[in-house]
Ligand binder design. Structure first.
Ligand SMILES: Nc1ncnc2c1ncn2[C@@H]1O[C@H](COP(=O)(O)OP(=O)(O)OP(=O)(O)O)[C@@H](O)[C@H]1O
Length: 267
């Protein structure tokens, strides 16, 4: 479902590679934790998968699409196949839970009866039944992250990527969130979770891919978080659009309502 072949990513010509000759293969229906210290390349790997970034070298295949040759105009089609969840939930503050989730489907042109069926079904999947009319500020952090997950999966993508989804949450709530991701994985969705959360990784016993300095140093089924990595404290998110970032294809996932529903303005 996600295949990297000898992928190198350099942000600037003179920068050290953020990913260095990385090869991996994540099959359909797998659940993978992507771990590694800050700066090891986890977010870069996720952004290459969504074509927010383009690799400097190597081949990336996602849901059967070769991203090297995928024209920019087809990137939205790729992103229909991928749901993304971030550490900061990125909900639309002025919309209810229901509207946040329905918005993605509206943007994709779904019919009303489809929206009426899929939104409640998805809210139930993430454990938010009964909260459809709440506004984001009336929800706990864990509930807000569930809304973000519902929004990412309501279009039924075969792939769900989560970049530090529990970074802002307490350990107990974090475990509940990963249980939700696990439930989604059981609906035949490939799930990749980038995390620093040692407790979560150890408790769930999934495949663990560990990066260090842009290379894979470990890839284990039922892996543990064994390396001398950063502690589990919540970490700040990098401000968007830092200088020196290479040109991206189309809207970023953060801006792309079909991927997260995170559109600043409804059109
Ligand atoms: N926009 C950017 N411009 C230049 N260099 C970048 C950019 N984004 C990341 N890098 C560099 O690429 C390397 C990998 O960063 P990346 O964000 O992928 O790591 P990470 O494992 O996700 O870290 P974190 O857990 O802190 O988010 C780091 O050296 C980082 O400084």
């Amino acid at each position: 479902m996600i295949r990297f072949e000898n992928v190198t990513m350099k942000y600037g010509a003179n920068d050290a590679p953020a990913l260095d000759d990385v090869s991996l293969d994540i099959g359909r229906g797998e659940f993978v934790f992507l771990v590694g210290a800050s700066g090891s390349g986890k977010s870069t790997l996720i952004q290459l998968t969504t074509r927010e970034l383009s690799a400097t070298r190597g081949k990336i295949l996602v849901a059967g699409k070769d991203l090297r040759v995928l024209p920019d105009r087809r990137v939205p089609l790729l992103r229909r196949e991928i749901g993304v969840v971030f550490q900061d939930f990125r909900l639309l503050d002025g919309k209810t839970v229901y509207q946040n989730v329905a918005f993605v489907l509206k943007v994709l042109g779904a019919k009303r009866h489809v929206i009426k069926q899929l939104v409640p079904e998805t809210l139930e999947l993430v454990g938010l039944e009964g909260k459809a009319r709440r506004m984001p500020h009336e929800l706990s952090g864990g509930e807000q992250q569930r809304v973000a997950i519902a929004r990412a999966v309501v279009k039924k993508p075969p792939i769900l990527l989560a970049d530090e989804p529990t970074g802002n949450l307490d350990p107990e709530i974090s475990e509940d969130i990963v249980k939700v991701l696990d439930r989604i994985n059981k609906t035949d969705t490939t799930v990749v979770v980038a995390t620093h959360d040692q407790g979560i990784v150890d408790r769930f016993g999934k495949r663990v891919i560990e990066l260090r300095g842009g290379t894979i140093i470990r890839d284990e089924q039922n892996g543990r978080y064994t390396e001398m990595l950063a502690p589990t404290a919540a970490r700040p998110t990098r401000p968007a659009g830092s200088p020196g970032r290479p040109a991206r294809a189309g809207r970023t996932p953060a801006e792309d309502p079909t991927i997260t529903g995170n559109a600043p303005v409804e059109r």
